[in-house]
Design a protein around this ligand. Structure first.
Ligand SMILES: [Fe+2]
Ligand SMILES: [Fe+2]
Length: 474
């Protein structure tokens, strides 16, 4: 057929490849699958390392970054699993270890006792190695024949580079703070593991060094006790009942947006708690870990929305707002993983009615703080997804959803967060920090504090009976 369009200058091969690279001999399906299985394993174990350190890592920024990076790794694991399944591979063998040197590498990193060793292990050694292996894949494979792998590798690289850049900044900060840690032996041990990996090294680069385990001689033990840095000076403080304030019609919406920023920031305890469920619930389908990690990251985002809300108002939150960790501490140390999941589901399904997320969004809209409205809008949307994740992965353990909720209620009733005990043990005085926060906000708004609002003094203790029905987190 005659056409008036000349095709001489239209890029050939869908604009995606050159003729030269498309004639490359490249990797066979078998060689390709071997490499894909290694990437998959590296990402899966990286997800585990990051997840398992969220609770015990005290530095707030690292807690948040580990939440994001575990989500990145989980998503890429899913992509590589799917790709292996397309490569004539059943049985997929994705639960076996592709190379025992990779197993030793991650056993060492997950058991490393310090944050510095963890950061070096993942961000300075493992992720750059993975990046180079992925780039090498792009260089050697036939991009026309192996395009589905090429595509997911390109997406993976974007986030690997983001993670490497983050780790580099952290390690520079550590180096600047005169840390005397000598990293040479640690890096050598991990690099020896990586150089031994047959399927990801050219024969010239490959070595066969005997590895002596350093930290992983004893079996690894997960530590779910939450830790916080010095910006959380009163972690047992339950001196302000945000919910009582939010539902009291006497208080104006602007002041309520402060309480909502507090409620969001307090959600740091949700990733701390959820990571412990993920760490201690083995043998689930990978989709379970992927979905749970997505939710975990959403909860970390919610915490940062609170932080950003305070930053936006010029409020020094570590001084004005006492963010406690009583919920994650109690759940992680008093309940089994299944019971924790039950509590999470019980609380979250209670956030959907009128008094829940919609109410918070409406308050946000009525307040003069547009950021509060925006954050609550997305917080509500996220919550709908979380309810679905609960229905997919928690409810099927029961006859019906009623039973699932009943069990959640029972588990929540078992949790002991004792106001007086915390005082008696000298852990807190439950100081009422509301007047200070309100004064700081009034300064930012350029108004005089209202004496009635200033007087708000409704701690959890005063409405103890309701404590279990109005949830803290979600
Ligand atoms: Fe949340
Ligand atoms: Fe949630």
């Amino acid at each position: 057929m005659n056409t008036s369009i000349s095709f001489n200058n239209i890029p050939p091969l869908a604009g995606a490849f050159t003729f030269e690279e498309s004639q490359r001999q490249g990797l066979s399906v078998e060689e390709c699958v071997k490499r894909l299985k290694c990437y998959h394993y590296i990402l899966k174990r990286s997800h585990q390392v990051l997840n398992n350190r969220i609770a015990s890592e005290p530095i707030y920024e690292l807690k948040m970054a580990f939440s994001l990076h575990s989500h990145y790794c989980a998503e890429h694991v899913s992509a590589f699993r799917k790709r292996v399944g397309e490569m004539r591979e059943p049985p997929l063998g994705l639960d076996s270890i592709p190379d025992e040197n990779l197993e030793v590498l991650f056993d060492e990193i997950i058991a490393s006792p310090s944050t510095i060793e963890l950061l070096i292990g993942l961000y300075e050694v493992t992720f750059p190695f993975l990046k180079n292996s992925l780039l090498e894949h792009l260089e050697i494979t036939n991009p026309l024949a192996d395009h589905p792998s090429v595509r997911i590798i390109k997406f993976t690289l974007l986030e690997i580079e983001e993670m490497i850049a983050f780790g580099k900044s952290c390690l520079e900060e550590i180096a600047n703070s005169n840390n005397s840690y000598n990293k040479t032996d640690w890096i050598n041990l991990l690099n020896d593991c990586l150089r031994n990996v047959t399927d990801l090294n050219d024969q010239g680069d490959q070595s066969n060094t005997t590895i002596s385990r350093k930290y992983s001689i004893e079996p690894y033990k997960f530590d779910g006790v939450p830790n916080r840095d010095e910006r959380f000076p009163d972690p047992f403080n339950m001196g302000v009942n945000a919910e009582a304030f939010l539902y009291d019609e006497a208080f104006p919406p602007e002041t309520k947006s402060l309480m909502m920023f507090y409620k969001r920031l307090r959600e740091i305890d949700v990733p701390e708690m959820m990571s412990s469920i993920i760490a201690e619930t083995p043998k689930k389908p990978w989709e379970y870990y992927k979905d749970m990690t997505r939710q975990l990251w959403d909860e970390a985002r919610h915490a940062m929305m609170g932080e950003v809300g305070f930053v936006n108002l010029g409020i020094n939150w570590p001084k004005e707002v006492m963010i406690n960790h009583t919920w994650s501490l109690a759940l992680n140390t008093q309940l089994t993983p299944k019971e924790r999941h039950a509590v999470l589901y019980f609380i979250e399904q209670g956030l959907m009615p009128k008094t829940g997320k919609r109410f918070e969004w409406e308050i946000g809209k009525k307040s003069k703080n547009s950021l509060s409205a925006l954050f609550q809008d997305y917080d509500w949307a996220d919550e709908v997804l979380h309810a679905r994740i609960g229905r997919d992965w928690y409810v099927p353990n029961f006859e019906n959803s009623k039973e699932a909720i009943k069990y959640g209620d029972e588990c929540w009733s078992k949790v002991l967060m004792d106001w007086n005990q915390y005082i008696n043990e000298g852990k807190t005085k439950h100081h009422n920090w509301w007047p200070g926060l309100y004064r700081a906000a009034c300064k930012s708004w350029g108004i005089e504090p209202n004496q009635e609002i200033l007087k708000f003094d409704l701690s959890y203790e005063t409405i103890r009976a309701d404590l279990k029905t109005i949830s803290s987190s979600g």
